[in-house]
Design a protein around this ligand. Sequence first.
Ligand code: MLT
Length: 303
Amino acid sequence: MRYFGNNIKLFVNNRLVSYTDEGHDEAPVVIFIHGFPLNKSMWNNQIKILKADYRVITYNIRGHGDSDTGNDSFSIELFVNDLISFMDVLRIKKAALCGLSMGGYIALNAIERYPDSFDALALCDTTCRKDSPEAKNKRKKTIERIIKDGVINFAGDSLKNLFTPDSFTTKADEISSVKKMILNTTELSLCCTLLALSSRNDTCSVLNDIKVPVLILVGAEDTITPPDYAMFMHENIKDTTLQIIDHAGHLSNLENPEVFNHHIKKFFDLVYKDQLIIDQTIDKSFLREFSDKIMMLLSFKPI
Ligand code: MLT
């Protein structure tokens, strides 16, 4: 049984997961994984352009949006376990993943542990590297600051890192919606996720083992996971396409959605070209039958 639409709540391993499920039943499945400290609504624009041809699923990682936090300590491994259980409950055997930043860390860990469950990856503004000692220290200070000063100051600092300076004048709606996402995340979830990010494993040494097509997207002005991190993955994964997106920082799907959407649509259409061709054949045969009927009617002469 499949539920369609936005904000569906499903029990997965005794924990409520909130997700959105759009598009055709039989279409290839693309699952989007959001970044930190955001939620599934960051992908609304991408759902719009893909849902005509794909089954598009976005979900809230535990502790984000309205997904339950649960009782386990957060880690990228746990987030991958959640993803696999979620796919099991939805009876999805294989899907493509599109993950941004933390979503990309999850996608890379998932393909390492479950290589047969995925057809393709889109890795956006992300990296295979683990945190350096300096980055770990910075996360520790951020946690201390959240505990001391609360979420509002943290939200202000995060926005400055996530968006390009220009976006503060040109993308006011996107900035206010990301701010809302951050403010809606509890201090507990923010701190637990920061710990998970800081203790994540490196996935660079397994890039070579990835056997599915990979699209790598990165904002030209991304300072959190800059273009040279993307270039490194591009050079070490066998079948990759790299696109650097102008006028975008770390949230390239929100800062330059036209270019971002063009690349992901083109990529998934290529990955799933066989399935999509079947659909087109059905359309054409339907049109042929339809035009035959019109011809018959036109040639009908009343006595
Ligand atoms: C994200 O966007 O998910 C975060 O910037 C990831 C990180 O801080 O490493």
